[in-house]
Design a protein around this ligand. Structure first.
Ligand code: DMJ
Length: 455
């Protein structure tokens, strides 16, 4: 049973009335959905077996040269940890068992190297925690605690805004130019670590970073996209929902729901209103969220992109399903304009301005949340288009490749690990949810690692 606080939170966040809109059609039979889920599962098997064959032990796969690469001087098993819970959820039991054992016997964080704390947190700490909850194996929690402890030095800056990088062995920190996404995307992982270990310090550090960022919002309630964590001064004043800010909003909503945190709720509501007032842009080409100056609210650009497509999912969780559906319709138009979505797109001209596609998951994630909220088959149709485009333009015999350009469809030699953690997981869940996968009490971190609210 839900606690009164959660119910109050849900009402205040305007959680969706989960009823399909009148125009919802049910043209996808359970068999068709099952067939699509199986097809995504087969693509995961292809991408994963390519990683195993050509890049085993390395952080990630280069699908064209059929080699592996590492982010830093020593590998941190990025692909394995990122992929493991997807494998489990898709029912690849034997594969998950052997990968789990390999990770648990080989992964160590005692390396003398600087790492990007944000990425290590969302991919590795998130992955370790979800795999602990899925398997019950205490060794995952031990690794997660060890990693959490090694990340803590980033929070000890003069402004209370975390540093960008930390040396995993020495705890030395560096990188002072940071941004709201890198400051505000710790609460789910650190909060879960606190709840699972009984040690409140992890939650408190992540929350302290959020509160220090909130203190630095503009008078309009907006945030810029670069800030110095030593001086606490903004060095980039562009405000938007895109890269460098995006998951900060996501963690406010999820933090409010997952931990019943009323400060997160207050911070979210202020952002939600400010974004609607200044950043949202209703145009002849549909609803978009562009770029504005954080202090004046004056529009600086009419661009959006692949990463921005996380926002309909967040709006769904916060209960604004109408705005979520309108925005997703715009992103789907962006996808169809070139047959696959670009990193950046001028929505006034309806043209790609940065034409690369990095196998991003956000538009699939939003389709998944919208389908859950509305039951409208249009989101399954979208998912089918996404899957067909991925197979047509990004599939190679060595795995899946990113695109240098969605216009020329020229490939580049990289398969980001979030393709295994997120892109294929959300596509799978879109077709399989409600049938074979139980998601009650689950909150996905920004890398799509499922964290269960067990408290
Ligand atoms: C992922 O690593 C995370 O979702 C992050 O928050 C931003 N987007 C990338 C994938 O596009």
């Amino acid at each position: 049973m839900r606690s009164p606080v959660i119910i109050a939170l849900a009402i205040t966040l305007m959680l969706p009335a989960i009823c399909p809109p009148a125009e919802a059609q049910t043209r996808f039979t359970p068999e068709e959905k099952e067939r699509l889920a199986a097809s995504v599962r087969a693509e995961f098997a292809h991408a994963w077996s390519s990683y195993k064959k050509y890049a085993w032990g390395h952080d990630a796969l280069r699908p064209l040269s059929k080699t592996g690469f590492d982010w830093y001087k020593d590998p941190l098993m990025m692909a394995m940890v990122d992929a493991l819970d997807t494998m489990t959820m898709m029912g690849f039991k034997a594969e998950a068992d052997s990968t789990r054992e390999y990770v648990l016997t080989h992964l160590s964080f005692d390396h003398d190297m600087y790492v990007k704390a944000f990425e290590i947190n969302i991919r590795l700490l998130g992955g370790l925690l979800s795999n602990y909850q899925l398997s019950g194996d205490e060794r995952f929690l031990k690794l997660a605690k060890d990693l959490g402890d090694r990340l803590i030095p980033i929070f000890k800056s003069p402004s209370g805004l975390p540093y960008v990088e930390v040396n995993l062995r020495t705890g030395a920190v560096r990188g002072t130019k940071t941004n709201p996404a890198e400051i505000g995307t710790y609460l789910l992982e650190f909060g879960t670590l606190s709840r699972l270990t009984g040690d409140a310090k992890y939650y408190n550090y992540a929350k302290y970073a959020l509160l220090n960022l909130y203190e630095r919002r503009s008078d309009l309630g907006l945030y810029g996209d670069e800030i110095d964590c030593v001086t606490g001064e903004w060095t980039g004043t562009n405000s938007h929902i895109s890269a460098c800010i995006d998951s900060f909003f996501e963690y406010l909503v999820k933090g409010a729901l997952m931990f019943e945190d009323l400060d997160c709720l207050t911070m979210w509501r202020e952002s939600y209103l400010a974004l609607n007032t200044y950043v949202a842009d209703s145009t002849a080409n549909g609803l978009w969220y562009g770029r504005v100056d954080m202090n004046t609210g004056k529009r600086t650009a009419t661009v959006a992109g692949a990463l921005d497509a996380f926002y309909p999912a967040v709006l769904c969780l916060a209960g604004d399903v109408k705005q979520a559906a309108d925005l997703q319709a715009s992103f789907f138009r962006m996808w169809k304009r070139h047959g696959i979505e670009p990193a950046e797109f001028d929505y006034a001209k309806m043209e790609a301005t940065r034409p690369a596609y990095y196998l991003n998951p956000e538009i699939m994630e939003s389709a998944f949340y919208l389908y859950k909220a509305t039951g409208d088959d249009r989101y399954l149709e979208m998912g089918k288009v996404f899957l067909d485009s991925l197979k047509a333009y990004c599939r190679t015999d060595g795995g899946y490749a990113e695109l240098k350009s969605v216009i020329t469809k020229e490939k580049s030699d990289r398969m980001e690990t979030y393709f295994l953690a997120e892109t294929l997981k959300y596509l799978y869940l879109l077709f399989a949810s409600g049938d074979s996968v139980k998601l009650d009490g689950i909150f996905f971190n920004t890398e799509a690692h499922p964290l269960k609210r067990t408290w």
